[in-house]
Design a protein around this ligand. Structure first.
Ligand SMILES: C[S@@+](CC[C@H](N)C(=O)[O-])C[C@H]1O[C@@H](n2cnc3c(N)ncnc32)[C@H](O)[C@@H]1O
Length: 214
């Protein structure tokens, strides 16, 4: 077998995730509130006023949980939600009326995205980077390119677990938990907020990070 190109690797990751969410999208909103912690907190950390206009891209927006909340918190925000799973996006679209003007894009991030170079105010990754393997680091670099100087990356995600059985369980759901995301975020962005929190008496830790592009 030959060596895969980047494009083929992105495609393979996207296909894996699309297959996973074909079923999981149906139970997503019923179940994820019980373990995707910190999603409200990360939006509260964004340093924008309620009526300030800015452009937020959520990569891996899923069923639109964060986009709904962002619209509520920031009345003038321009929202773009991107996801590889059409099943997840279909649910996100149902949450908005056309007058609320959210742009939804069904595509993988980080594979030749030239649309926003130096323009975005915020790129949000909420429980997405640890599922985007092995390309997660490329996506952080893409966010750096797409943000304007002074713009923010906001990340909430799994961080690590001391329990091998739990890591294995999560790997079965395409999630990597090796404390691997935070060092790369800190290498590329100036930390405005950085926190590692414990869930379910230490079964796992999750990460909150807001960093500024300097
Ligand atoms: C755990 S869900 C998080 C959804 C949402 N951000 C939330 O917090 O509820 C991860 C999402 O990332 C999406 N995703 C996975 N790989 C992706 C990629 N390469 N580009 C864009 N989205 C991706 C999945 O389809 C899924 O909807």
């Amino acid at each position: 077998m030959g060596i895969m190109t980047n494009q083929e690797e992105h495609q393979q990751q996207a296909t894996r995730i699309q297959q996973y969410y074909a079923f999981q999208s149906r139970i997503y909103d019923l179940t994820r509130w019980s373990f995707l912690f910190g999603r409200s907190a990360i939006l509260n950390e964004l340093p924008f006023e309620h009526e300030e206009p800015f452009h937020l891209l959520e990569v891996g927006c899923g069923t639109g949980h964060n986009l709904v909340r962002a619209r509520h918190l920031f009345s003038e925000v321009k929202l773009t939600g991107m996801d590889v799973s059409g099943d997840m996006l279909a649910r996100a679209k149902r949450r908005f009326s056309s007058s609320e003007e959210v742009v939804f894009l069904e595509q993988a991030y980080g594979n030749n995205c030239y649309t926003w170079t130096g323009k975005l105010d915020v790129v949000l990754f909420s429980y997405a980077l640890t599922m985007i393997n092995p390309q997660w680091e490329t996506l952080i670099h893409q966010a750096y390119k797409d943000l304007r100087p002074g713009g923010y990356i906001a990340v909430v995600d799994f961080h690590d677990s001391s329990w091998t059985f739990f890591k294995k369980h999560m790997a079965g759901h395409h999630v990597r938990m090796d404390s691997h995301v935070l060092p790369v975020l800190k290498d590329n962005f100036y930390p405005v907020r950085e926190d590692i929190k414990s869930a379910y008496l230490g079964l796992w830790k999750y990460l909150l990070f807001v960093g500024r592009k300097v």
